[in-house]
Design a protein around this ligand. Sequence first.
Ligand code: 4AD
Ligand code: MG
Length: 469
Amino acid sequence: MIDAKLYHRMKTKTIKAKPEMVGEKITVSGWVRTHRAQKTFSFVELNDGSEVSNLQIIIENKTPGYESLIEKLQTGAAISVTGTITESPGKGQSVEIQAERFEIIGEAPADYILQKKRHSFEFLRTIAHLRPRTNTFGAVARVRSQMAYATHKFFQEKDFSYVQTPIITASDCEGAGEMFSVTTLNKENMPKQKDGKIDYSKDFFEKEAFLTVSGQLNGEAYAQALTDIYTFGPTFRAENSNTSRHLAEFWMIEPEMAFADLNDNMNLAEDYLKYLVNHALTKCRQDIEFFNKFIDKELIERLTHVVETPCTRLSYTDAIEILNRSGKKFEFQVSWGTDLQSEHERFLCEEHFKGPVILYNYPKTIKPFYMRANDDEKTVAAMDLLVPGIGELIGGSQREERLDILLSNMDMHNLDKETYDWYVDLRKYGSTPHAGFGLGFERLVQYVTGMENIRDVSAFPRYPKHAKF
Ligand code: 4AD
Ligand code: MG
């Protein structure tokens, strides 16, 4: 029988943060990281996920149950310990727990895979359900949680309203056709129209539906009523990109502001990024130090630099010129009008400017229908924020608020008028200059942790051929 009182537990982080607690009797619960048995006592390193470092527990052999329980104190086992907080004479920790009693809550037999040895990140991806118990993935999860908290804090402090936009949609915001279908039709026997195409009028929504690639269009509707809004939700892209920066399912934060232009948008993006990085450096200090030590030795230096330095801003046209003059051999050569590849984006922020860069005014032909045409008739008021190590972290624009131009853009992109009639209404009634952007949440977490692969900053990553867990 488990003593119910055992569950009145303290997080180790709290104990360590309060030196005045020395002498207090408490109960801690967590998972055994290591156990070393000495002659008359045992050392247990306990971790409850509240911080990266362990809590050391001393269990003397006269503790009740010692003989029978000690062999079950194996790596991975869940235990509860009641004891006294004492100052620790050993190196590397300030306090430890002198156990008075302990309980095995959940055993971990010897075939438990996360023994005290290093596993590759590739291998850990195959045990995504267990990897949060490692130092690295525990730290990623805590930082990710803090970045979500800081996101809400940042926008709420600026009086932006949080809008939850739909996940199922009929529109393809980015126009890239990378959408996952949502259907209840019988896949073995799809209803067909006369021309042989699938008859979606028989489907659940009576039209073709998808998982959304972006909440922006719906976000715009709310910005045209509440002035400043943001979304924060899952988005989906069926692009077959096997890169360290693409997922099929990722989270995006999309602010949208009415009565705002591209400049306001760039300012907001820069403020938001700096706010997040500063929050990571101050509120996640122990985890960031861990990443700096084990994952990326320049992390803290780089992040500190970002907070202190203004982002470089330059036009797409100037960027093309820099790339062409660089003398560097790229896999894809660029010229005015071509889309930038990740190698170009990385060259600009990693080698040329050595810090975050905002590019703006991109060629109209490579951007979606909703972006606002500039007076030169060749470019649109788009912006991308690029950071070293990642490339594009943020993409956004001022939106086309003029009805006639929007309609002709929609024709140019062959958009179905009926699907987007509601979006067009926003230009008919009380249209305003407005702007917004999307920040890829996983790329942000990569950026502040130094983790190289996006598959290691999403708890259960979805990418081609991978939807287990
Ligand atoms: O540049 P994107 O495609 O922009 C939009 O979706 C706009 N509707 C946003 C807006 O203006 N409201 O995507 C925005 C960001 C990218 O900069 C990138 O960080 C991230 O989303 N992103 C991805 N992250 C992970 N995996 C993918 N497959 C991603 N595709 C885009
Ligand atoms: Mg983009």
